[in-house]
Every structure is written in structure tokens, then in C-alpha cells.
Design a protein around this ligand. Structure first.
Ligand SMILES: *Cc1c(COP(=O)(O)O)cnc(C)c1O
Length: 392
């Protein structure tokens, strides 16, 4: 299938445009259950754009965003590294041909036997944010390289990652010393600016904090080699974002001015690599009103919070929905999933506008769902099957 065509741009120069292969596939096929369709060519193009913008920073794809084996294999072929969170994710990457030295074990909460497995498989780069985790790593991966994850403040992300991960800045000096005393190699620092950080400039206050700690640690005698920028690269969900290459280049520019000569830089895009490459084919189950004078319609889809759309939690990520009636008159809707759980409501506080003609049985397409959908779908809550995935 040919995904890219060239058309004359405004200046008569040929510029590439996307033929949206996933959307075309959804339009041309019938699905008997919610199905995520992902285009590998689109992932590939997104990788190229991020790679070009990131320059010397090495990409370690955050596997949890979409663990489809074909996507992992494609990224192996393109030279990507991988940020894995568990033994299973490491095994997946290895099975698809990734070299262990290109896999980092980035979860700060690891099972001891998973650390031992990773180390025996050749993985030598681990994340930690506490003394106890460093001790586990020292016991099961002696001499390994560790980077310390920091809590950063001022996250402007649409999906912030909270205080669950990272140590407070004040804890960093002791952790680096502790790592060294345990025979580990204090190799670098990491942070996560928050997922779906829509503008590159939102990174600046975070980079300010981390660079102060970086320089202080080096002044303390820790010869840090690695700055791990984490993820946060955005996807298009309706609100404007910068193009991936320009965004990544702006982040790198901000890094270079603050950090100077960092030997090794790593970035861990998840959403920014795969979200726009996939759409979900879904179906309207029911359109109803709670009373004759109800101003809102309730629209129930065959996919909800538990079958792939978990990121609608807090109405944080607002997906765009294409319907067969687009262009017609619209009205406000509460959007909900099909399961018998009252939490299975996608958008209620901020209703979404959908065509008045929408009715049960209509096929709809939920756009830019390639990240954090299949990996978040339950195995069978209420008997609904997990999200089906087709990789083109
Ligand atoms: C989830 C995660 C990422 C990916 O974040 P995105 O916002 O999807 O790019 C990167 N690094 C770590 C450690 C993560 O846990």
C-alpha cells in the first residue's frame, strides 16, 4: 500500500502529504467489535520526524504506549531503543530483535526477579528513585548503570504523571552517593515532563530545575553521563500542537543551552510516536435522552473506559470522533461506554458535540488512538472482548 503522495505546495514545491492509511482501512471494512487500526508507515514517519528534531538524542520508545509486536519490530529496524517497564516488555523487545544494550528498564518499581532476568539478558541500564530500589538493583544487577528519576514541578501536561514517580530534588545527592557506595554506576538523571505536554516551551521551567541538579551532582563528583528526557511529546487531539520535528528541535535547543556538553541524551516518546498512527473503528450502541426535555443526548458507544479509552479519566484526553453525518447540525452529548459500570462515562462535564442525525448502528471512527488504548483495555470486563488491534 502506498501511504505517501506528493502534491505541489503553495510555492509549487512538492511536499509530502499523508494518505491516512488507517482511516482508509476503517472506511473500507466492517468490524464486528471495536478495533484499533494502526499504520506502520505513519509510525515510521513520526519516528523520522522526532529523530530529525531530536538530533543526537537517542530515542527509547516507551513500550507501554502500544506494545504491538509489529510496531516494536519496525522500531527495532529503524534503530530505536526501548524503555521497558517489566520483564514481559523486555521479552517482547528482545523477541522482536532489540539488542539488550538498547533497552532501559525504566520503571522505578521493579520486581526483584525481573531485575535479575533483565540483567541476565544483558540489560544494564536501570531507573531508580529510592534507596530500597537501588539496593534491589545492586543485589540483582551488580555493577549496573542507574539513572535517578526526579520529581519535577510545574507540569503543564494534559496528562500529568504526579508524584508517584521520582525523588524530591533534596533526596538526589544521597541517592547518587548510595548508588556509588553499593557498587552501581550513578549514570545519569531522568524526569518526565508530563504526558501530552502540548508546547515545547512548557519544558523550560522543568529543564531549569533539572539542570540545576545536574550541575550540582557533577560538582559533587558524580561523573554523570546520561540525561534522560522521558516522554511528553504530544499528539493531535483537536488542540493545536507544534509539528513533531520542530517541537523536538525546540526541546533539544532548550536542553543544550541549559546543560551544555551532556555526553549522552535519551528521549522516551510513547504517545508522540504512535498516537496519530491509529484510529479506532467503533459503533454507536444507543442514542437516548433521559426525559423529553433533556437538553443532552446520551450517546453510548461499543467502546468505553474499560475497553481502551481509559485516558478519558478526568476527561483529560479528548478524542475526536468522525461520524457518517459530519457536516450536519450538531448538539451536545454525554458520551459513555457500553459496560454496566457508572464510571464508564467518557465525557459529561464537558459534553461533546455530535450530529443530531447520529443513531444506533452508526459506525464511527475515534481519531488518533494509537497510544494508551490497546494497552489499557481490560481482558473482558462485562464479557466485552479486549480491544482488537490490526497493524497495517
Ligand atoms: C510512559 C512513559 C513514557 C512515555 O510518555 P509519553 O508521554 O507517552 O511520551 C516515557 N518514559 C517513562 C519512564 C514512562 O513511564
Amino acid at each position: 500500500m502506498t501511504m505517501n503522495a506528493t502534491v505541489p505546495g503553495a510555492l509549487g514545491v512538492a511536499t509530502p502529504v499523508f494518505v491516512d492509511a488507517a482511516a482508509a482501512f476503517i472506511a473500507a471494512n466492517d468490524f464486528d467489535r471495536p478495533t484499533l487500526v494502526v499504520s506502520r508507515d505513519r509510525v515510521s514517519a513520526q519516528y523520522d520526524a522526532l529523530h530529525a528534531g531530536l538530533g543526537r538524542a537517542h530515542i527509547h520508545y516507551a513500550v507501554k504506549a502500544n506494545p504491538a509486536a509489529q510496531i516494536i519490530r519496525l522500531l527495532v529496524e529503524k534503530g530505536s531503543g526501548f524503555d521497558a517497564a517489566s520483564r514481559q516488555e523486555i521479552e517482547l523487545c528482545l523477541a522482536q530483535g532489540a539488542k539488550p544494550e538498547h533497552i532501559s528498564f525504566g520503571n522505578t518499581i521493579k520486581r526483584a526477579s525481573d531485575i535479575a532476568f533483565a540483567f541476565s539478558a544483558g540489560v544494564t541500564l536501570f531507573a531508580a528513585d529510592s534507596e530500597a530500589e537501588l539496593e534491589k538493583i545492586a543485589a540483582h544487577a551488580p555493577g549496573a548503570r542507574v539513572y535517578i528519576r526526579l520529581i519535577v514541578e510545574n507540569s503543564m501536561a494534559d496528562w500529568p504523571l504526579s508524584r508517584k514517580f521520582g525523588c524530591a530534588p533534596s533526596a538526589l545527592p544521597d541517592l547518587l552517593d548510595h548508588a556509588r557506595d553499593l557498587g552501581l554506576v550513578p549514570y545519569g538523571l531522568s524526569f518526565h515532563v508530563g504526558s501530552q505536554t502540548r508546547k515545547a516551551e512548557f519544558w523550560n521551567p522543568v529543564l531549569d530545575q533539572v539542570s540545576v541538579l545536574w550541575h550540582a551532582a557533577r560538582a559533587d563528583g558524580h561523573d554523570l553521563q546520561l540525561l534522560n528526557l522521558g516522554g511528553g511529546f504530544p499528539a493531535f487531539y483537536g488542540e493545536d500542537i507544534e509539528a513533531p520535528r520542530a517541537y523536538a528541535a525546540a526541546v533539544m535547543q532548550a536542553v543544550e543551552t541549559r546543560f551544555g556538553a551532556v555526553p549522552q541524551i535519551m528521549a522516551e516518546p510513547g504517545r508522540g510516536l504512535v498516537a496519530e498512527a491509529g484510529h479506532i473503528a467503533a459503533e454507536v450502541m444507543l442514542v437516548s435522552r433521559k426525559s423529553a426535555d433533556d437538553l443532552h443526548r446520551w450517546v453510548y458507544l461499543d467502546i468505553g473506559r474499560f475497553s481502551g479509552l481509559a485516558e478519558t479519566e478526568g476527561e483529560a484526553i479528548r478524542y475526536q470522533i468522525a461520524t457518517p453525518h459530519d457536516g450536519g447540525e450538531t448538539g451536545p452529548c454525554v458520551l459513555a461506554g457500553p459496560s454496566c459500570d457508572s464510571a464508564d462515562i467518557l465525557y459529561e462535564k464537558r459534553p461533546i458535540h455530535l450530529p443530531l442525525a447520529l443513531k444506533s448502528g452508526d459506525k464511527v471512527m475515534i481519531r488518533n488512538c494509537g497510544a494508551y488504548t490497546s494497552s489499557y483495555s481490560s481482558v473482558g470486563f462485562n464479557g466485552f472482548p479486549p480491544l482488537d488491534v490490526i497493524v497495517l
